[in-house]
Design a binder for this molecule. Structure first.
Ligand SMILES: Cc1cc2nc3c(=O)[nH]c(=O)nc-3n(C[C@H](O)[C@H](O)[C@H](O)COP(=O)(O)OP(=O)(O)OC[C@H]3O[C@@H](n4cnc5c(N)ncnc54)[C@H](O)[C@@H]3O)c2cc1C
Length: 320
């Protein structure tokens, strides 16, 4: 029976929030919605898909899928789509999901629309919404053939628990010879505490106004006090002040925390596109004409080196 298949990504024993948000959206759109989880020891995780609206959860559970490599997952999805006849396959954007989506599009000769920020059914046809020209306009996009593949911008849809239960079906994993040629040599983890910038409700972000890399410590202390994460602009990432994983913007991550505190950030359009969906934007900048004040909800004109430590003290006092 045709329907929608959502690729659920897992990381360290949990389903990734972005892909669950896409599953919730698919369930809202209606029709037959299934999810697939591909990895090693993921059967339990697959069962959780029911809570977010999947009627069927396919578990491709095989040690050969332990490493987060795309091609073996393309094999799993290509077989499922061919056998079950799904007309739509949805992905929440991440490095792995983007690779899987692109590989699946090539394997099936299917059309892939990417960087979508909305999906709707119009006259029973799926229509995607995609930002263009640095997010200054939106274009509506469609598909000319099935299956329709879509990669949704991270942070677009919140996961919504609907309380259902999924029927878990085990998938027999058969990998192509060429899909197992790439091997994961090593996985290194950056030492970090607190939530990731995609999951954090509060983000404290720093730009060139910090003056030097060591001053990120000020932001880390404020983020710790607020239970949040630290992000950065491309200017400071390019300068080697902070890791790329923390970069927010057009060529970095897209985030949507409840609170975004921008410190020493001018607010260039390429930064704005990565954080404009934040609930409340607070900007601290010594230049009253900085572009960020045009879209900040709260603006503080002043030297961040004085304001941030004071703010951290106040937050700590309030929380004590
Ligand atoms: C193709 C392309 C892609 C890009 N992708 C991204 C992206 O993904 N993310 C991104 O962020 N940028 C991106 N950029 C770069 C972007 O255009 C800006 O150059 C960058 O965001 C500026 O970073 P910044 O705000 O840290 O630095 P600046 O623009 O130099 O701003 C520093 C700010 O700090 C303020 N300041 C200085 N001292 C203090 C102080 N003591 N207290 C308070 N405020 C102070 C200044 O008034 C200024 O407004 C991209 C650019 C291009 C062309």
């Amino acid at each position: 029976m045709p329907g929608t298949l959502v690729f659920l990504e897992d990381h360290e024993g949990e389903l990734v929030k972005g892909s669950l948000g896409v599953l919730s959206k698919a369930a809202q759109l209606g029709g037959d919605v299934a999810a697939v989880v591909a990895g090693s020891g993921v059967r339990e995780l697959a069962a959780q898909a029911g809570r977010y609206g999947a009627a069927t959860a396919y578990a491709a559970d095989d040690p050969a899928l332990a490493a987060p490599l795309p091609q073996p997952r393309v094999d799993v999805l290509a077989a499922l789509v061919s056998e079950q006849g799904f007309d739509t396959v949805l992905f929440g954007a991440s490095v792995l999901s983007a690779d899987v989506a692109a590989g699946l599009a090539a394997r099936l000769g299917a059309g892939l629309n990417w960087d979508l920020v909305d999906l709707e059914l119009r006259d029973r046809k799926l229509v995607g919404r995609r930002p263009a020209l640095q997010d200054s306009v939106y274009a509506e996009v469609g598909w000319t053939s099935e299956p329709r593949l879509a990669l949704v911008r991270s942070g677009t849809f919140e996961p919504v628990e609907s309380g259902g239960e999924a029927e878990v079906e085990d998938v027999v994993v058969e990998l192509q010879g060429f899909s197992t040629q790439a091997v994961m040599v090593e996985r290194a983890h950056a030492e970090s505490e607190g939530p990731s910038i995609e999951d954090a409700d509060v983000i404290v972000a720093g730009g060139r106004g910090l003056g030097e890399p060591a001053k990120f410590a000020l932001l880390e202390e404020l983020a710790r006090a607020l239970g949040g994460a630290v992000a950065a602009t491309r200017a400071v990432v390019d300068a080697g002040w902070y890791p790329y994983a923390a970069q927010v913007g057009q060529t970095g991550r897209t985030v949507a925390p409840k609170l975004y505190v921008a410190c020493g950030i001018s607010g260039a359009i390429q930064h704005k596109v990565g954080m404009q969906a934040s609930g409340t934007i607070v900007a601290i900048n010594k230049d009253p004409n900085a572009p960020i004040f045009e879209y900040a909800d709260v603006g503080v004109v002043g030297d961040l080196h004085q304001i941030v430590p004071r703010l951290t003290e106040l937050v700590k006092e309030r929380r004590a």
